[in-house]
Write a protein that binds this ligand. Structure first.
Ligand code: AMP
Length: 226
């Protein structure tokens, strides 16, 4: 089964990707995580990507498309995968279609910008462990300190409000057209057309999980990719 999670940054795709991974034993291809790992390791890609990511811009398609092609050619992707954060532009989506990589399901997470701004700009991270806090919804016991180590929490550069607003503009301009692209394709009922499913991403995590489970639970996606 190949699934695309579509939606603005901060819509909750990553959280649900982990649920789908558990439920269907599929790897998550999270391009943002792949890039952050490259930045941390200071690889050539990471050094080139850091400033672009910190500014909330997109990495060029001619870098992203081969990076993802290489990742999905690995053996753990034989039975499918969950894309989180890819495709993010029309050329990225077209590259999948032209490669004959049929997508079974596109899940579109819908959420107003203001909800995302409140979610992301309140987020704080413990850099050592990746533990995530939220100033309002799950604050640390002591302000600005990790609960377990007492070390300082940071705000990701790209979670700062100005950058979040910019990321949302980039999303509306470059990624949102994919909603129509996949919806139209799904409605065409052509062979290999994906299914398209919209969900209200303002709901709590549990409720969204139930909806995904209901939607996918009885479905059979036995494509047996070679
Ligand atoms: P994310 O964690 O998915 O929000 O991604 C963080 C950042 O990584 C984005 O703001 C982009 O700079 C970059 N990025 C992730 N995925 C892509 C992609 N498919 N195309 C271009 N840039 C990407």
């Amino acid at each position: 089964m190949r699934i695309i999670l579509l939606g603005a940054p901060g819509a909750g795709k990553g959280t649900q990707a982990h649920f789908l991974q558990e439920a269907y034993q599929l790897p998550i291809i999270a391009t943002g995580d792949m890039l952050r790992a490259a930045v941390a390791k200071k690889t050539e890609l990471g050094l080139a990507a850091k400033a672009i990511m910190d500014a909330g811009q997109l990495i060029p398609d001619n870098i992203m498309i081969p990076l993802v092609r290489e990742r999905i050619s690995q053996s753990d992707c034989k039975k499918g995968y969950i894309f989180d954060g890819f495709p993010r532009t029309l050329p990225q989506a077209v590259s999948l279609r032209e490669a004959g990589l049929d997508i079974d399901l596109v899940i579109n997470f819908v959420i107003p910008d203001e909800v995302i701004i409140a979610r992301l700009s309140g987020r704080r991270v413990h850099p050592g462990s990746g533990r995530i806090y939220h100033l309002e919804h799950s604050p640390p016991k002591v302000a600005n300190q990790d609960d377990l180590t007492g070390e300082a929490l940071i705000q990701r550069e790209d979670d700062k409000e100005q950058v979040v607003r910019h990321r949302l503009n980039v999303y509306h301009e470059l990624t949102e057209p994919l909603v129509n692209y996949y919806k139209t394709w799904a409605e065409s009922e052509q062979a290999h057309a994906p299914e398209f499913f919209t969900l209200d991403a303002t709901q709590d995590v549990q409720r969204i999980q139930e909806q995904l489970h209901q939607r996918l639970g009885g479905a059979s996606y036995e494509h047996g990719y070679a």
